[in-house]
Design a protein around this ligand. Structure first.
Ligand SMILES: [Zn+2]
Ligand SMILES: [Zn+2]
Length: 359
């Protein structure tokens, strides 16, 4: 095949399809046949409506979109050390320099090299295409027990959530509050449940998302113990649901200022909260909100390659399939509909799929 179908985001609420030459892998690179490419909230926030992102979130005009790619290697360049033709792989979505301190920790997301740090679907071509050129060092093996659509969600959403939950620690001791029930918030609830959380409460503004969250089940039980419409009384509601104490752990995925404050205040004394939602602001009264209550507030940005490998292993052990959160699948030819639906928010996770993943 000489050319391939691919999609770019011009920044005017559309996705544009075009044909381009199929790339050839160079040294240390592989060519993937794309199988699943999911859409992230950040694609909508920073690229789809308007090219708003700066720095690491700066989309370079004309780049093939999609930073949650999963596929199968169909060609490998010279010098590949671990992966080869036929391997099923997830792509860690930022290709870092590999040798700065952050890259050496496995966190290519915060690579400090201006020249070499390039995110798939932002500063280098991403997964909304029939084929993707990737660097071998950015790959994570996809076990046979997981589908490509499972894998695409590990690439950004589930990996990001797993990292955040590991930073605050979640166990059977904990009631967990999740604010913002888009795909990231739903992933937080799913992983918290598998880590043993004894109670999970969700807060969301959009009715469609409340409905989706309320209908989700895991291992034969409702995923959430309660889903609350966001409002002024959320802190009181959460306290009432937790015997007056508040939750041990909170996971903030909405980026909404009021929700952030509510999450922090609904976290009990000695509790911990992680912030995953990007953008926006927050006002804080450090003494009453944190110091006097002995609370820990942490920020978390994506994850590392080794933690992604660990998550993939646990997904298999837990028999957990992230594709459970995918509500809509589209072929690449209908990529414009896929982005428009994601932009409407009236959905769970939206995936562009190929071949056997296009059920
Ligand atoms: Zn993302
Ligand atoms: Zn680096």
């Amino acid at each position: 095949m000489e050319t391939m179908l691919c999609a770019t985001l011009p920044g005017d609420h559309t996705a544009r399809l075009e044909r381009r030459p199929v790339p050839r892998p160079g040294h240390g690179e592989v060519l993937l046949r794309m199988k699943a490419s999911t859409i992230c909230g950040s694609d909508i926030r920073c690229i789809y409506h308007e090219h708003l992102g700066k720095g690491p979130e700066g989309y370079q005009d004309g780049m093939i979109a999609g930073h949650e790619p999963c596929g199968q290697i169909v060609a490998a360049g010279e010098g590949c050390r671990r992966f080869g033709v036929g391997d099923r792989v997830i792509v860690y979505h930022i290709s870092g320099c590999g040798v700065c301190n952050d890259c050496r920790r496995g966190y290519m997301i915060s690579c400090t090299s201006e020249k070499w740090r390039r995110a798939y679907g932002w500063q280098r071509d991403g997964g909304m295409a029939e084929f993707l050129l990737a660097e071998e060092k950015d790959l994570v093996a996809l076990p046979d027990a997981l589908s490509y659509t499972d894998g695409a969600q590990v690439a950004c959403g589930f990996g990001t959530v797993y990292e955040g939950l590991e930073k605050i620690g979640v166990s059977g001791n904990d009631a967990v509050l999740v604010t913002g029930l888009g795909p990231v918030g739903l992933a937080a609830a799913v992983l918290a449940r598998k880590l043993g959380a004894r109670q999970i409460i969700g807060v969301e503004f959009l009715d469609e998302r409340l409905r989706i969250a309320g209908a989700l089940a895991l291992d034969g039980k409702p995923l959430f113990d309660a889903v609350l419409k966001s409002g002024d009384d959320n802190v009181e509601q959460v306290r009432a649901l937790t015997g007056g104490a508040g939750v041990e752990r909170a996971v903030e995925c909405s980026a909404n200022a009021a929700a952030r404050n509510a999450a922090l205040r609904a976290t009990r004394k000695w509790g911990k909260m992680v912030m995953l939602g990007e953008g926006g602001s927050m006002s804080l009264n450090p003494s009453p909100d944190m110091l006097h209550e002995q609370k820990t507030l942490v920020g978390s940005w994506v994850t590392s390659t080794w933690k992604m490998e660990e998550l993939v292993e646990r997904l298999v052990a837990w028999d957990l399939h992230p594709e459970m959160l995918v509500t809509h699948r589209f072929p690449l030819e209908k990529v414009a509909d896929a982005y428009a639906l994601m932009a409407s928010g009236k959905c769970g996770k939206v995936a562009v799929c190929f071949d056997e993943e296009l059920k």
